[in-house]
Design a binder for this molecule. Structure first.
Ligand SMILES: [Zn+2]
Length: 335
């Protein structure tokens, strides 16, 4: 086996994490957290910049929360020296979205709860709206990644393999230049359209009638496209009672969309305010305007989305961002 293949297999087995001792800068509480020391970049990137790893979700582990007081942040936020007044404001102000036991281990606390607390901490500490917006955006991504619930059936894996979803990172198709590997998000969103056509043309039979529909919902869900996901969930509702495992995944997926939308609205509010204030440099403002467009599109407001994409084009001269804004704006009018 060559070196690359060995490395690939090692990484596919999961992220590497190490346990470290953390002291909360607010109340001095000591707890253990997991630090991600290695992951993989092969899961692709959604148009709102949500990165996916291949077969793992390290997103949940980049943020830590003190289970005693709710202070939350990434590693460097736990190295801060905070003034007494700041500590008091944080202790009084932080309100977890779900109750956290003082004895809770980090993996027991949902990612969205951690990122939401990080956003709250940014607000309470008087950091920029962009900081809070970014943390809420991450909370929404956490709902997205956890809301795409994998199934354990052999038939599910076979169906995924047949449509190309199980393609290994090493075997991914190349871009036109023949060198760059295709982005996995774009690739999966193309596969799902082929799958949808086969469902429409009644080319899926037996257990695949329900699994193919679930795979369509799952793929759109994984990439945070609510409109398409909701459409397939409605079809699955009509088949309720046929497969209890799918029924359960459907209801959890639906709940995760509502949760994600809540955080998307909060992120949007922050970005819109920041662009309105025009305090940051033009490039950052362009990115925030673009993200506001993506958030509005995903929340279902095409008109608002279009005007934010235009705003991004007006503010940014960064070519990759401009291309994204143009492409995503064009999606709004596609049937
Ligand atoms: Zn604490």
């Amino acid at each position: 086996m060559n070196v690359l293949a060995t490395l690939l297999l090692a990484l596919c087995a999961g992220d590497e994490k190490k346990s470290i001792d953390v002291v909360c800068p607010v109340d001095g509480h000591k707890f253990q957290a997991l630090e991600v020391t290695a992951t993989n970049p092969w899961g692709g990137r959604d148009a709102d910049f949500c990165r996916h790893a291949y077969k793992t979700t390290p997103l949940e582990y980049y943020v830590w929360v003190c289970p005693a007081c709710g202070y939350s942040g990434v590693k460097k936020d736990f190295d801060l020296k905070l003034a007494d007044e700041e500590k008091r404001i944080l202790r009084d102000g932080l309100k977890p979205a779900l109750p956290i036991k003082k004895s809770a281990r980090q993996p027991e606390i949902p990612g969205h709860v951690k990122y939401d607390l990080m956003a709250q901490a940014a607000r309470l500490r008087g950091l920029t709206a962009a900081d809070a917006g970014k943390a809420w955006l991450h909370a929404s991504w956490s709902c997205r990644q956890q809301g795409a619930i994998n199934l354990e059936f052999d038939e599910w894996e076979t169906l995924r393999t047949n449509y190309g979803f199980n393609r290994l990172p090493l075997d991914m198709p190349k871009e036109k230049d023949g060198k760059t590997t295709r982005d996995r998000t774009e690739y999966e969103l193309q596969l799902v359209q082929k799958l949808e056509k086969d469902i429409q043309d009644k080319k899926v039979f037996g257990v695949n009638r329900i699994l193919a529909r679930y795979l369509a919902a799952y793929t759109w869900r994984k990439h945070g496209e609510h409109a398409e996901t909701t459409r397939w969930l409605a079809e699955l509702d009509a088949m309720k009672g046929e497969n209890s495992v799918v029924d359960d995944a459907v209801s959890r997926m639906r709940a995760s969309i509502d949760l994600e939308k809540g955080y998307q609205k909060k992120a949007l509010e922050q970005y819109a305010a920041e662009v309105g204030r025009a305090a940051a440099d033009k490039r950052t403002l362009g990115e925030m305007a673009y993200l506001a467009g993506e958030l509005q599109r995903r929340l279902g407001d095409s008109k608002e989305a279009a005007s934010w994409y235009d705003k991004a084009l007006e503010l940014s001269d960064a070519e990759p961002l401009r291309k994204l804004a143009i492409d995503q704006k064009a999606r709004l009018t596609r049937p």
